[in-house]
Write a protein that binds this ligand. Sequence first.
Ligand SMILES: *[C@@H]1O[C@H](CO)[C@@H](O)[C@H](O)[C@H]1NC(C)=O
Ligand SMILES: *[C@@H]1O[C@H](CO)[C@@H](O)[C@H](O)[C@H]1NC(C)=O
Ligand SMILES: *[C@@H]1O[C@H](CO)[C@@H](O)[C@H](O)[C@H]1NC(C)=O
Ligand SMILES: *[C@@H]1O[C@H](CO)[C@@H](O)[C@H](O)[C@H]1NC(C)=O
Ligand SMILES: *[C@@H]1O[C@H](CO)[C@@H](O)[C@H](O)[C@H]1NC(C)=O
Ligand SMILES: *[C@@H]1O[C@H](CO)[C@@H](O)[C@H](O)[C@H]1NC(C)=O
Ligand SMILES: *[C@@H]1O[C@H](CO)[C@@H](O)[C@H](O)[C@H]1NC(C)=O
Ligand SMILES: *[C@@H]1O[C@H](CO)[C@@H](O)[C@H](O)[C@H]1NC(C)=O
Ligand SMILES: *[C@@H]1O[C@H](CO)[C@@H](O)[C@H](O)[C@H]1NC(C)=O
Length: 472
Amino acid sequence: MERQRSFSFKPTRLLLFTFTLFSSIFFLSSFTIWLTKSTTTPSPNTVSVNLQPLTVHSLTTHNFTLQKLPSLIDNRLSRSQNNVSGSKSEAIENNHVGAASSVNSTVMHGNRTKVEVSKSKVLIFKKVEVKKIVKECDLTKGYWVFDESYPIYARDSCPFIDEGFDCEGNGRLDRNFTKWRWQPKDCDLPRFNATKMLEFIRGKRLVFVGDSINRNQWESMLCMLLSAVKDPKRVYEARGRTITKERGNYCFRFLDYQCTVEYYVSHFLVHESKARVGQKRRPTLRIDAIDHGSSRWRGADILVFNTAHWWSHHKTKAGIYYYQEGTLVHPRLNVSTAFSKAMMTWASWVDKHINSKKTQVFFRSSAPSHFRGGNWNSGGHCTEATYPLNETLNTMYPEKNIIIEETVKQMKTPVTWLNITSLSEFRIDGHPSIYGRKTQSSRIQDCSHWCLPGVPDVWNELLFFHLQNRRG
Ligand SMILES: *[C@@H]1O[C@H](CO)[C@@H](O)[C@H](O)[C@H]1NC(C)=O
Ligand SMILES: *[C@@H]1O[C@H](CO)[C@@H](O)[C@H](O)[C@H]1NC(C)=O
Ligand SMILES: *[C@@H]1O[C@H](CO)[C@@H](O)[C@H](O)[C@H]1NC(C)=O
Ligand SMILES: *[C@@H]1O[C@H](CO)[C@@H](O)[C@H](O)[C@H]1NC(C)=O
Ligand SMILES: *[C@@H]1O[C@H](CO)[C@@H](O)[C@H](O)[C@H]1NC(C)=O
Ligand SMILES: *[C@@H]1O[C@H](CO)[C@@H](O)[C@H](O)[C@H]1NC(C)=O
Ligand SMILES: *[C@@H]1O[C@H](CO)[C@@H](O)[C@H](O)[C@H]1NC(C)=O
Ligand SMILES: *[C@@H]1O[C@H](CO)[C@@H](O)[C@H](O)[C@H]1NC(C)=O
Ligand SMILES: *[C@@H]1O[C@H](CO)[C@@H](O)[C@H](O)[C@H]1NC(C)=O
C-alpha cells in the first residue's frame, strides 16, 4: 500500500548510517587530537559535526562578535554612505574567510581589533580567539535599512527583466523601494559580490525550479550577475529565447565563466495530469509523481526550488476530484494533506536523484502577498505603498512552510531553507501593483510578484551568503 519512501529508515540504511556516524566520530577524534597537538588552541571540544540535514542557522560568524555602542545604535536611515557599509561588510567577510579556512591563521589573528568611525556611529569589531564555535545568527530576524548604495544593479543595465517585473519601465516613478537592505539583528549579510558569485559557479549549473515567483528571483539573479560581466554579449540564452511569462524554461550561458543560470517552470513540483472521472476528462495533480520536467533539473550543481502560490488557487484548495495517486482520483482531499504528500514525492525524488556531494539544494520559503481591501481578483490593491511596513501584524507563519520544513527534516539530502517569508512581509512597497504592465489597469493589481530591482535581490543575497558559508 504505502509506497516505500526512499528516505525512510531501512535496516541497511540504518547500518550504513551507524557506520558513517562511527567513522565520523573516529575521524573527528583523530583530527581533534591532531589539532590539539599542532596548534596551541585549548580544548577543541567545540568542533561541531553537522549531522543535521537542515542547515538553516548553522552557518554564520565563527566566534566573531560585533559590538554596537548602545548610545550610537543606528536608526533605520543612518547607513547611507557607500564607504561605511562597504568596508564594514568587507571586514566581516575577511573574518569569515579567516575563521573558516585555516585554524592557523585564525589563531594568529586572534586578537585583532578593528575600529571604524563614521559620522553617525561607531562600530567596534573585535575578533576574539577563535575556537571553531559556530554561533547562531537568525537571518530571519532583523529590519530593513535605507541604503543609498542599493540597488545592486540599475534597471537600465539589465535586459532580462520581463514586462511583469519591470516597474520602472512600466511607469513607476518612486525608486526608494529599491534602496532597502536587509539587516539581520545579530550579524551582517555581506553585500552581493557578483564577481565572487560568478567565480563560485564557474563551470557549474545554477538552476531555479518553481513558479513565477522563482522566475522573479531567477531574473534578479541574472541581472545581479550581469553587473559583473564586461561584455554583455557574452551572456545569452542557449536557444536564443527571450524571456516572457508564457514560456517555461530558459538556460542562460555566461561564456566567460562557462556556467549556466537556468529556470524551469513547475507550479507544483509534482506532475500536472489529466484523468477520466465519470464522463469527463479532468485536470488532476499527480501528488505521487514528480514533475515530468525533472530530468532537466538533474545534474545541476545548485538547485533552488519553490512552490506555494498555486496551492491556494480554487481547484487545489477545494480538492474535489483533483488530486490523483496512481489511478485513484480522490473525490475530495484536504489541500494540506495533498501538499504534504506532494512534498514527500519531491523529497523522494531529491533523495533518489541528487548527489549531495555534487549538488547543493535550496528550498525558498513562500513569499507573502500584500493585497489590501480584496483579493487579487476582487479589487485588492497595494499601489499606495512606497514605504515598507513598520511592523508585520497578524501574519501567521504559513502552514505550507511548516510542512516543507517537516519534510526536509526527514530527508537524507541536506536542504538549505531560504527563509524569506518574514523579512518579505515588511515589503508591501516592493510589488508591481499597477506597474506590472505597460498599459495600466487599476482594476487588477499585482501584489504578489516583485519589482526588479527589488526584494528578490535580497533573497539572492541570502543565497549568496549560504553558498559562501557552505564551502569548505
Ligand atoms: C569566543 O571565544 C572566547 C575565548 O574562548 C570565549 O570567551 C567567548 O565566549 C567566545 N565567544 C562567543 C561569541 O562564542
Ligand atoms: C569613500 O572613501 C574615499 C577614500 O577613503 C573618499 O575619497 C570618498 O569621498 C568616500 N566616499 C563617500 C561616499 O564617503
Ligand atoms: C601552521 O603554522 C605553522 C607554524 O607557524 C606552519 O609551519 C604551518 O605550515 C602552518 N600550517 C598551515 C596549514 O598554515
Ligand atoms: C595580541 O594581544 C597581545 C597581548 O595582549 C598583544 O601584545 C599583541 O600586540 C596583540 N596582537 C595584536 C595583533 O593585536
Ligand atoms: C523561518 O523564519 C520564521 C520567522 O523568523 C520562523 O518562525 C521559522 O521558524 C523559521 N524557520 C526555520 C526552519 O528556521
Ligand atoms: C525617499 O527616501 C528619502 C530618504 O528617506 C526621503 O527623503 C524621500 O522623501 C523619499 N522619497 C519618496 C518619493 O518617498
Ligand atoms: C568581489 O570579489 C572579488 C573576487 O573575489 C574581489 O576581488 C573584489 O574585491 C570583491 N569586491 C568587493 C566590492 O568586495
Ligand atoms: C486539513 O486537515 C487538517 C487536519 O486534518 C485541518 O487542521 C485543516 O484545517 C484542514 N485544512 C483545510 C483547508 O481544510
Ligand atoms: C510607523 O510607526 C510609527 C509609530 O508607531 C507611526 O507613527 C507611523 O505612522 C508608522 N509609519 C508607517 C509608514 O506606517
